[in-house]
Design a protein around this ligand. Structure first.
Ligand code: ZN
Ligand code: ZN
Ligand code: ZN
Ligand code: ZN
Ligand code: ZN
Length: 675
């Protein structure tokens, strides 16, 4: 598919906030500022990435696709910075079907002082979305162009606002003197399961699919007596006096009255060339299922010689581009071209030739890419980490200067549960997270399943970068006794409880991915019992650690290594709890201290004791999905083991306290009571 036909897009209307600003300044008319708000890189990645809607104090915006971010990077002379994480980069390339993808940080630079200017040329381009606004003074419902934009205060972006310039208020409200009144977003949208999102067609809605009989540009009002909550809004055409309430569009019955999807991607400012056959659903700005990031992450591990060589070849290939083939045999020229970009000054000619040879190897064909994507298992990303964490440590501490990864051995305390066989303090670690796309309506566990559902971040079909964040932090690693886990798992697989979880998962899978379910057996997507065990353990530890070490539970995250043995892959049953921060070193040492034998056995002991009881018991302890229920947890709720969205890899699915401990009426606990 060529880029010209991939989307319908009008290049004349590119989003270019800084360019627009310069034009405005040139015209020396009113001088609005480009910046409308700010957010931390991690929340940009997980909450407000391209295609998400961000609530500002007075209106809402949508970060655009990455094509428009390129314009920001191009304003600088130097090449955009990269985040070094080859293992992750390669997976991202496969998912985005583009062999050139690099990982770049957010276009942002820290300021020395709060009001200094460095980094003012950077930022995330966004557009106002939705573009229908409603005047708070007179209920006028109109498009952006019908309102005035004001954003003139240098440091108070929260004052940026759209206003109805000559508002005369509601009829019968007494004062009819024209004044400026604030406009707020009209919060209704249409979305489809393939990630399209569109404005709500108020004009067609109020006129029941027809044009207004009285006016070409009818005067619309959104009358909403619940202060913008949207529960009882009525659309009124003041030109022909037709009215229609919005709640008619809600629910199952409302769905039939909504138009078919137009295949719009507002973050790309583009439409699918062939439209979209899906029906649409009514959504409200602020709904939690409007945007789910699809991310991949790794803990950066020391690289093998082989990995280093392949990364060097890759950097040479991407730095030289077309010139590689052209000057392949002119080493002098190659060295000149690589100057400042890839350091090969100290490399003898013979070695450089080898690098060039490796760099010239053909990249995967589209067919090979598809095959790799089909065979890819998310666990592949975790296996090298698991292997490294299990390696024998010579002495008591190992530090890798390049990745920063620093591990220390820890003795097991005598009172530590015998089921826990290995404890490591991870004194320093680096975690890199990359965005590969997003979904709407449903989140997606496995990108390979339905590529169509994953909304793209770019208009181009072969992007050369995606956005990533880099966090530093510390952690505690625990490994469970593999023999005990394997025996326990074998037993659990034969139980009624497991069968009920399995069936609930099957129903859930068929409902959410009805098309995929024909090709993929749902069981292949069900996490094995040991995953539920390790996951539930991770959650109770996060709760306990938050109580004892002063971190908020939301700043702790889990990394789960839990898969049975398969051909060519050793089994895993362990977890890493880490705390990370994007702006500092993130290493407060608090978590590492808790891995000391006495402290750790207290933490684990106390966490398990608390997990035996929940304030919602016995309802919680006996919760089991029965047909037609399709939830993916058992004895787990927000009172006992569920965690915040930021801490949990799996949206609180695959949790059940009965796999951890024996609860009244259940004897499937992995941990035995030793008291
Ligand atoms: Zn008004
Ligand atoms: Zn009308
Ligand atoms: Zn659609
Ligand atoms: Zn509970
Ligand atoms: Zn979790």
């Amino acid at each position: 598919m060529s880029d010209e036909t991939r989307f319908v897009y009008d290049v004349a209307h590119a989003v270019d906030p800084l360019g627009d600003l310069e034009q405005e300044a040139d015209k020396a008319t009113k001088h609005n500022r480009a910046k409308v708000g700010s957010a931390r890189p991690s929340s940009l990645l997980y909450t407000y990435g391209p295609g998400a809607i961000m609530d500002l104090p007075q209106f809402t915006i949508m970060p655009t696709g990455l094509d428009d971010w390129d314009r920001i990077w191009r304003r600088r002379e130097s090449a955009p910075p990269q985040i070094h994480a080859p293992r992750l980069r390669d997976v991202v390339r496969m998912m985005l079907r583009s062999p050139d993808v690099q990982l770049r940080p957010y276009p942002w630079q820290p300021k020395k002082y709060s009001r200094s200017a460095e980094g003012n040329d950077l930022g995330v381009p966004s557009r106002v979305f939705p573009q229908w606004l409603r005047c708070t003074g007179c209920d006028m419902l109109g498009l952006l162009a019908q309102f005035d934009y004001r954003n003139t205060h240098p440091f108070r972006t929260d004052l940026a606002v759209f206003e109805h310039a000559k508002c005369t208020g509601r009829a019968g409200s007494g004062t009819r003197k024209a004044m400026r009144r604030t406009a707020i977003p009209a919060r209704y949208l249409l979305a489809c399961v393939d990630g399209h999102l569109d404005e709500f067609p108020y004009d067609l809605w109020v006129h029941r699919g027809q044009r207004c009989s009285k006016a070409e540009l009818p005067a619309l009002k959104m009358v909403d007596r619940t202060a913008g909550k949207g529960a009882s809004a009525v659309i009124h055409c003041a030109s022909c006096d037709m009215r229609r309430p919005m709640n008619e569009a809600q629910g199952e019955a409302g769905r039939e009255k909504l138009p078919q999807c137009r295949g719009r991607h507002p973050h790309l400012d583009a439409f699918e060339p062939k439209g979209c056959r899906n029906e649409t659903r009514l959504m409200l700005v602020g709904a939690s299922n409007l945007w789910f990031p699809a991310t991949q992450s790794i803990i950066v591990m020391p690289e093998s010689q082989e990995e280093k060589a392949s990364d060097l070849a890759d950097r040479v290939r991407t730095a030289l581009g077309d010139k590689l083939a052209k000057y392949r045999h002119n080493l002098e020229m190659i060295r000149d071209l690589l100057d400042d970009r890839v350091d090969v000054t100290a490399m003898p000619d013979h070695d450089l030739e080898q690098v060039l040879q490796a760099a010239s190897a053909p990249t995967d064909s589209p067919e090979e890419q598809e095959e790799k994507l089909r065979d890819w298992d998310p666990v592949d990303l975790l296996v090298p980490e698991w292997r490294y964490l299990l390696r024998d440590i010579v002495g008591t501490r190992v530090e890798d200067p390049k990745s920063g990864l620093t591990l220390s051995t820890r003795d097991r305390g005598d009172a530590l549960q015998p089921e826990i066989t290995r404890v490591l303090a991870v004194e320093r670690l680096r975690k890199v997270n990359a965005l590969v796309g997003f979904t709407r309506i449903d989140d997606m566990d496995r990108v390979g399943d339905l590529p169509r559902r994953l909304a793209p971040l770019t208009r181009t079909s072969r992007p050369n970068w995606t956005v990533a964040t880099e966090d530093r932090g510390e952690g505690i690693f625990l490994q469970l006794d593999e023999n005990a886990v394997a025996a326990w798992e074998k037993h659990v697989l034969d139980t009624d409880l497991w069968e009920l979880h399995r069936k609930a998962h099957e129903r859930n899978f068929r409902r959410r991915f009805s098309e995929t379910a024909d090709q993929v057996h749902p069981d292949t997507r069900l996490k094995p019992p040991r995953y539920w065990l390790v996951h539930t353990l991770a959650h109770i530890l996060i709760r306990e650690l938050a109580l004892t070490c002063g971190y908020s539970a939301a700043s702790l995250s889990e990394r789960l290594y839990a898969w049975p043995a398969t051909e060519g892959r050793d089994p895993a049953a362990g977890l890493l709890i880490c705390t990370t921060a994007s702006d500092s070193d993130g290493t407060l040492g608090g978590l590492v201290q808790l891995s000391e034998p006495t402290r750790l056995q207290q933490v684990v002991g106390s966490a398990l004791r608390k997990a035996a009881r929940c304030s919602s018991d016995p309802i919680c302890s006996k919760r089991t999905p029965q047909d037609p229920e399709d939830f993916l947890h058992g004895a787990a709720c927000h009172c006992c083991v569920m965690a915040s969205e930021t801490s949990c890899e799996r949206a609180n699915r695959f949790l059940d306290r009965r796999f951890l401990l024996d609860l009244p009426g259940s004897d499937l606990g992995f941990f035995q009571t030793h008291e």
